[in-house]
Structure formats: C-alpha cells, structure tokens
Design a protein around this ligand. Structure first.
Ligand SMILES: CC(C)(COP(=O)(O)OP(=O)(O)OC[C@H]1O[C@@H](n2cnc3c(N)ncnc32)[C@H](O)[C@@H]1OP(=O)(O)O)[C@@H](O)C(=O)NCCC(=O)NCCS
Length: 169
C-alpha cells in the first residue's frame, strides 16, 4: 500500500534516485544528455536534498514522498510564489510506477499544504514543452495552459521552452 508522508533525512537517497531516474525517463527523447545530466547534478544531488528536507518555509514546503513498503517510489514538493499563488516545483515517480494514482496522491499532499498552511487560491506549474508524460497529467488535474517562457536551465546555445500552467484551488 502506498503511504504519502513528509520527507525526512532517511528519504534523501530515495528522493535523489526517483528524481534522477524520473528525469532521465521523462526527457531522454527531447533533451540532450548534457542538459539532463547538468540539471540532475544541480538539483538532485544528496547534499542539496538534505538541505531541502531539513530547511522549509512557505517558499519551499519540503519534499513529500510516496512510500511502498518503506521504499521511495515518488517525490514532489512546492512552495508559494506570492501571497496567494502556490507552485509545484518538482514531481517525479519511479518510471515503472506511473499511472497508478501515485502522482495524484503526491499532488494532493502538496496542494493541501499550500491551501491550508499557506492560503493559496491558485497553483502553478512549469512543464517543459514536449513533456508528454507530464502535460496530460496536469491537464487531467485541471491545470490550464497560460504561456511559454524560456526554460530555467538553459545554457548558452540552448533554447528549451517551458510551458506555464495554472489552476484555481
Ligand atoms: C506526471 C506524473 C508525476 C503523474 O503521476 P502518475 O502517478 O503517473 O499519475 P496518476 O496515475 O496519479 O494520474 C494520471 C492521470 O493523468 C492522466 N494521464 C497521465 N498520463 C497521461 C497520458 N499520457 N495521456 C493522457 N492522460 C494521462 C490519467 O488519465 C489520469 O487521470 P484520471 O485519473 O483522471 O484518468 C508521472 O507520470 C511522472 O513522473 N511523469 C514523468 C515526470 C514528469 O513529467 N513530472 C512532471 C514534471 S513538472
């Protein structure tokens, strides 16, 4: 049975693994290997995740994890971007565990935190253009496309595009 809980330092390795494996599985066909490995080493290294499970605030509410028999099979988190808007900053699963409802359970935990603790009335997410594993999920959960912007991780010469989606809570 899947259990969703707030992550603690014992989950750091599991979070790094699902986010790295999930990122490679999601973007392997649309993004260069160099881009993918650069983003993974910046965001999903264990030093950074230790910080992110121990230091939280309304701007970063910490990671939530989905546990199956105490093994991390999914991880996600978000925070507030202004007084009333929350954002999902990260949401990944073990690539073999998609379409079982686990992503929805993690999104619900992040949303509950943003509504009840931080008074969010809307919620944003950025999805990379071409991410056909993420976009249908967010659309199924009521997010509506707003606009495009340059991808946050672009280096010189890269022109990946992010799509901004929003839903009312
Ligand atoms: C996005 C992700 C977290 C969703 O988690 P999940 O556990 O697979 O999704 P769930 O099983 O909870 O929900 C799936 C819902 O989205 C819909 N959905 C998911 N993928 C879909 C697809 N390719 N086409 C159509 N609908 C899709 C399903 O119909 C379902 O909606 P329903 O319950 O109303 O029928 C997960 O698939 C994932 O890790 N994807 C790759 C990483 C990623 O893109 N992360 C987001 C980066 S911002």
């Amino acid at each position: 049975m899947i259990k969703i809980c707030k992550a603690d330092p014992s989950h750091v390795h599991g979070i790094a693994k699902v986010c790295s494996d999930g990122y490679r599985a999601t973007y392997g066909e649309t993004h260069s290997k160099e881009y993918i490995e650069r983003i993974i080493s910046e965001f999903y290294n264990t030093d950074r995740i230790v910080d992110e499970v121990t230091k939280t605030s309304r701007y970063w509410g910490g990671y939530f994890v989905a546990l199956d028999n105490n093994e991390v099979v999914g991880a996600g988190g978000g925070g507030m971007i202004n007084d009333t808007a929350g954002e999902v900053f990260v949401l990944y699963l073990d690539p073999n565990r998609r379409n079982e409802g686990i992503g929805t359970m993690l999104l619900e935990a992040i949303t509950k935190q943003q509504k009840e603790e931080y008074n969010a009335s809307e919620q944003w997410v950025s999805v990379q253009k071409g991410n056909e594993k993420g976009i249908p999920f967010y659309e199924a959960r009521g997010f509506i496309f707003q606009h495009e912007q340059n991808g946050y991780g672009n280096a010189d010469g890269e022109d990946y595009i992010s799509l901004r989606y929003c839903r009312q809570l």
